[in-house]
Design a protein around this ligand. Structure first.
Ligand code: 1QQ
Length: 387
């Protein structure tokens, strides 16, 4: 080997060295949620919840005395937005773990990026079937729709035991909506109800005349809608405008106050199952609720509470690791792997109640709720929790 070749070989070795032995410089966690597009109707509430988490966690000493830093990267409303946000958080910001992305549809595309880079991901709003199974580094604090959705159907039957004919509507281009309608349809059948029509739409649709007309003509006494916030809100509005008078069950896409300005007065009465209630009694939740009210002048919604819980799980796991070996002494890659292991091993007292994970990273959560939308005027309303 001549001297020039030797230098080239050495140069190549040095260039690849930093990635392998990158030290941990700060406790950065990534937040990859939708801050733009229609999906930001959910993402705004996730950012609000994450901000409260950062504030309260750092006020309580962060990770054993070291503050955490949240790095926000807009995941937009589609797959590419989520992939780009993940890549930036992993390679540029060098975060320890990521919460997000907002939609299951995005998670199926972006989570494999984190899996390949061995960076732990916690879904905070991904409820479709199959999310934790994407990979070893993927878990979620958002309970799967399969365990939440049936509660809303049962509540509808309690309010009107005479219901027999049900219309089902869903957004066929969205992974969550497709997964949720499967759960809804099997729940309806298990309850002995008759599905009289199934109507498909797209999350980008704004005119649902065809679907709504078919629903009205079917004579349905209950309509069950799986869609996102903007399309879902418009479906409800058009159902009422066309004269539908029966009960409506909305899925997780209705779980935000941001649907209120879409369906306005017509949102009134829509039943929505929830993985969170502000009345949950734990000390951590009451602290979260009072800080959220102070900052935003309203009760925290489910998506904010789930964002809080995701960040808290990472922080609680990091505290355990740090006690065994100071975080600042770890290599980044090794710590990411250890964090993933510790997340799955722990038990967490969060605003969602007590959480733990199975070996796939599926969340085990105990309490679920059903709320009903109650509108005060055209834009403002609230979720009223049925007992
Ligand atoms: C998912 C959902 C959406 C409604 C989250 C905003 O549950 O995509 O899984």
């Amino acid at each position: 080997m001549n001297n020039v070749t030797k230098l080239l070989v050495l140069g190549a070795a040095l260039a690849s060295a930093p990635a392998a032995a990158q030290k941990v410089s700060s406790i950065s966690l990534g937040v990859a949620v939708a801050q733009t597009s229609n999906v930001s109707l959910f993402g705004q509430e996730q950012v609000a919840g994450a901000k409260v988490a950062e504030k309260l966690i750092n006020a309580a000493g962060g990770v054993n005395g070291t503050p955490i830093k949240l790095v926000y990267q807009d995941a937009g409303g589609d797959e590419n937005g989520a992939i780009n946000a993940f890549q930036s958080l992993i390679n540029k910001s060098r975060v320890l773990g990521i919460v997000g992305p907002t939609l299951s549809q995005q998670a199926f595309a972006a989570d494999p990026v984190a899996e390949r880079a061995k960076v732990p991901v916690l879904g905070i709003s991904n409820t479709a079937k199959g999310i934790p199974q994407i990979g070893t580094y993927v878990a979620r604090v958002s309970a799967p729709i399969a365990v939440i959705a049936p509660a809303a159907v049962k509540q509808a039957l309690k309010l009107n035991p005479k219901i027999k004919k049900v219309a089902v509507m869903y957004a066929q281009n969205d992974a969550f909506s497709v997964s949720e309608t499967e759960t809804f349809q099997s729940t309806l059948k298990a309850q002995g109800l008759n599905i009289v029509t199934v109507q498909k739409s797209l999350t980008t649709d704004t005119d649902f005349t065809t679907q709504v007309t078919a629903v009205i003509n079917s004579g349905a006494e209950l309509v069950v809608v799986s869609a996102l916030a903007a399309d879902g809100g418009n479906i409800v509005k058009q159902l009422r405008q066309f004269g539908y008078k029966g009960l409506i069950v909305g899925g997780n896409g209705f779980n935000t106050a941001n649907v209120f300005p879409v369906c306005q007065k017509d949102c009134d009465g829509v039943l929505v199952a929830q993985a969170y209630s502000p009345s949950q009694k734990s000390a951590v939740n009451q602290k979260f609720v009072s800080e959220y009210r102070k900052l935003y002048k309203k009760d925290p919604p489910q998506f904010a509470a789930q964002a809080y819980a995701g960040i808290q799980v990472f922080v609680d796991a990091l505290k355990v690791i740090d006690k065994k070996k100071k975080l600042s002494t770890w290599d980044l890659a090794a710590l990411r792997t250890e964090l993933n292991k510790q997340v799955l091993a722990g038990k967490y007292s969060t605003p969602l109640g007590e959480l733990r994970f199975d070996k796939d990273g599926e969340v085990n959560q105990k309490e679920f709720f059903v709320a009903r939308i109650k509108m005060k005027d055209a834009k403002n309303g609230s979720f009223v929790f049925d007992k």
